[in-house]
Every structure is written in C-alpha cells, then in structure tokens.
Write a protein that binds this ligand. Structure first.
Ligand code: DUC
Ligand code: ZN
Length: 463
C-alpha cells in the first residue's frame, strides 16, 4: 500500500464467495459482519476471520414462528427445554423462534410474560419472541393488551379447541381488542364441540385406538372453524394468521379470503407435508407417536398443501414443534383412549433442510420462495424487524447451507431430545454447514459453539 491509498476496511467476519439467496435475488457475493450486524455485501471483502463458502448457499437464518418448548400440556411437559430446543433449532439453521405465554387465572398478562421470559432468557441459544395466549379467564384482562404489546409481545394466540378455547362471542371481543392495539391474532382453528362429541362417541363404542384420532377431528370441521375465524376477523376488521393448516378445506377458505383482498395468512408444518393419517394404523405406540392436532390427513391434502405453498395460498412453514417421549406418547395406549395421548411432534431441527430437499430440489419451488417461506415472511408478519433477510444493518443471523450434504434423519443425527422422530430414515440432500446468530458462529460443521443464555428476547411490533 502506498501513502495515497486508504487501508481496506477489515470486518470482524466475512463469508467469502458464497451464493447469496434472499426472497428476491440469487447472486455471488461476500457478506461482511461487524459486531452483531451485517455491514456490507459485495466482492473482495476482508475480515479478521473469513469463512469460505464457495459452492454453498448463504441465506438468512430461518425463523420458526410456532414452537412449544418446555410447555406444560395436561399432565406432561414438552420434551425439549429452551436450551435443547433452541440448540436443535440452531443445528438446523433456525436462528429465531416464537414460543408462547399463558397466564394463570389470577396472574396479570405482564406477570406471565415476565415469568416465561425469565425461564427462557438464561437458556436460549438463539433469539426468540413470545405469543400471548388469550384464554377464557383472560377475557377480563383485555385492557392489558396495550401493555403486553408495548412489552414486545405483539401477537396473540386464540384457541378454538381444548380447555383454552374461546366461544365465538369471546373470539370477536378478543379480535377487536387485538386490533385496537395493532397486534396480530394467531388462531388454532378446529371445531371443539364437534370434536368432543366425536371423541366421546368413538370411545363409548370401544373405538379407542389412534386410528380414531383423525376420525374425531374431521378436516371438514377444521375448514369450518377456519372459515368462522376468518369471518370473525372480518367483522373485527383485523388481519388473521391461521396456525398449522392441515387440509385442503382450510386452504380454500384462506384463498377465498385473500382473493377478496383480506389480510389473512396461513402456515403449514412439516408433519402435514410429509406424513399421512395411515401412520395412526401402526401397531401399538407406533400408531400413537404421530398424534397431533390438527391430525395428519390424506395424500390429497398433502398435495394441496404443497400446491398452496407454490401459489402463495399459504405463506409460511413453521413446525409446531411440541415433542413428547415414546413413554409419554404411550399413555393413551395404556389408558385405552387415543385422546389421552399428548399431542405434538418434533421438527424444529430439520424443517429448513426438508423444505429445501423436497421443495427446491424436487422442483416444486425456487430457492427464493424457500427463503421467503422459512425466513423473510415470518419475520415480516411477526415484526422481527432486523431479521429474515440479508441486507446491511440487519442482524447477522446467517446460514451457510451446503446443498450437497446428504443426511439421513434419525434420532442419532438430530439434536432434539424426544428420542424418536417421525422422519426417521428420511434421506435429504442439503443441510446447514454453519449457523451464525448476531455475528457469533453457533454451529460449524456439526460442532456446537453456542452458550445457554446467548439468545435474546426480541421485542416485536407489527407493521
Ligand atoms: N397441537 C399439537 O399437536 N400440539 C401442541 C399444540 C397443538 O395445537
Ligand atoms: Zn402449537
């Protein structure tokens, strides 16, 4: 260098020679990171540390807007803790997740939020947010929603099933209150009156095996509930996000609403894209393992969901990660009652790679659409404002994805702790090689460098 040249900026970390993929573009460039943020995208960038990424895809860290970590459900608590669940997420290229808060009847919503944050803060290895659940006992707390939103909890979960379900009048009131504070309502849409009647009728007739689980939660009634939720959201003049869409009937409702210009959004999850209801006919506990709600559906539903992702009739793929061990899943078999099985499946780790292999590689959708559904749209809809894309000043949440790496999913290859996976034996090509969270390398070639507590609660605002 002669005296007239300015020294070239050297960044903390540079990812060299990768193929950048955002929701909008695919191009060759280096990514420079300074501290916790992306500082530059371009050619010939240099860093104190450099990671070679030629032949790899460089994408925004994935975002999972629907997970249940150490979540009490009935007599059980979901198997992954904030630490093990967020670590498994990091191994799979997910750098932010949104979990849930539920207030006890006598607790204020802010107290519940602080308590859930206190449980997560010292354990999470990636950034996270929380959805506030509004249960029937919270109806008298709707005046607290503004403070909850102000505290960064900008989305609100409404159940139409289980003990937490709201009746239609309560749903309308809750939707109106959420609209007033500018929050985003997210809904579990199933028709509980019909489900509870069908469960009781099946059990009374001795139909106690997991085979009867999907037959007690018919897709036509999931469609009905989603349609009702959309109508109520229309009445309340609020956007609506529908969780875990499992079937064609719900896709058609969402599509019709969107065709009318309504701000209605839907997600589906790997279980509905990769598994079908025949799994409930497996012998013994094997038939109980895939119990989740809504239940697995038919091949025709599966095909419709893939098509809906291609056509943007569904906008997001999340996981509803809610794992239980085999021993816990066996409960409903021991009790001769499929409805006593704790519901939920693991998927927090493999979602991004499964969608790459069976979405992009299978020729269903583009790299950009993959990033849009797993990273960009979740960040935008849920108000994670510095996340979901690769641009200057955004958080340096980055995945270097190896499109050639072959992985056979199994409990041994995954870092989830349920001890089993419904995707056991599934062969996929493409897996994250490096996961970076706010500039820190968390995972590099299957080695974990993160620490419990390094993730942060992200205050969200819906825009
Ligand atoms: N469905 C599940 O299967 N598990 C967790 C919660 C839910 O709605
Ligand atoms: Zn859920």
């Amino acid at each position: 260098m002669n005296s007239n040249q300015t020294p070239m900026t050297t960044f903390d970390l540079v990812i060299k020679n990768g193929t950048i993929v955002t929701n909008e573009a695919t191009y060759q460039a280096d990514v420079a990171i300074q501290g916790e943020r992306i500082a530059a995208l371009g050619r010939g960038l240099t860093g104190a540390r450099e990671i070679e990424a030629s032949g790899k895809l460089v994408i925004p860290g994935a975002i999972d807007v629907h997970v249940h970590l150490q979540m009490p459900i009935g007599d059980f608590v979901s198997a992954d803790s904030f630490f093990t669940g967020s670590r498994a997420a990091a191994f799979g290229g997910t750098t932010s997740f949104i979990d849930f808060v539920e207030a006890a009847p006598e607790e204020s919503l802010l107290e519940a939020l602080a308590a859930r944050q206190a449980k997560a803060d010292s354990r999470v290895v990636i950034d996270y947010g929380l959805h506030m659940t509004i249960t029937p006992t919270d109806m008298r707390k709707l005046g607290q929603l503004a403070a909850v939103y102000e505290a960064g909890c900008a989305s609100f979960k409404l159940y139409m099933a289980y003990g937490h379900r709201l009746n239609d009048g309560e749903l309308l009131q809750a939707l109106e209150a959420i609209r007033q504070v500018g929050g985003l309502p997210v809904v579990h849409a199933e028709n509980w009156d019909v489900i509870s009647m069908l469960i009781a009728r099946n059990l009374a007739a001795g139909r106690t095996a997991p085979h009867w689980h999907p037959r007690s939660r018919p897709s036509i009634m999931e469609g009905e509930a989603a349609g009702r939720a959309i109508n109520l959201a229309m009445l309340a003049e609020t956007p609506l996000y529908i969780f875990h869409v499992s079937c064609a009937e719900v896709v058609e409702r969402i599509d019709a609403a969107r065709q009318h210009g309504l701000p209605v959004y839907g997600e589906t999850c790997p279980q509905y894209l990769f598994l079908t209801e025949e799994m409930y006919d497996r012998f013994g506990v094997e038939g109980a393992l895939p119990i989740c709600a809504p239940p697995l559906r038919t091949e025709a539903d599966q095909a419709r969901l893939w098509k809906a992702l291609v056509q943007n009739q569904l906008q997001v793929v999340s996981t509803d990660h809610c794992p239980f061990t085999k021993a816990e899943k066996e409960w409903g078999i021991k009790e001769n009652n499929f409805s006593r099985t704790p519901g939920g499946l693991p998927a927090i780790e493999a979602r991004l790679a499964m969608l790459y292999a069976y979405g992009v590689q299978a020729g269903r959708f583009s790299l950009n659409r993959w990033v849009e559904m797993c990273c960009t749209t979740p960040a935008r809809l849920f108000g994670l404002e510095r996340k979901g894309t690769l641009a200057v000043d955004y958080d340096a949440d980055i995945v270097i994805f190896d499109p050639q790496q072959k992985v056979k999913l199994s409990p041994a290859t995954l870092h989830e702790t349920a001890g089993w996976t419904p995707y056991d034996g599934l062969e996929i090509t493409g897996w994250p090689a490096v996961t970076i969270s706010r500039g820190t390398v968390l995972v590099d070639n299957d080695k974990f460098y993160g620490e419990a507590g390094q993730g942060r609660f992200i205050k969200r605002r819906i825009t």
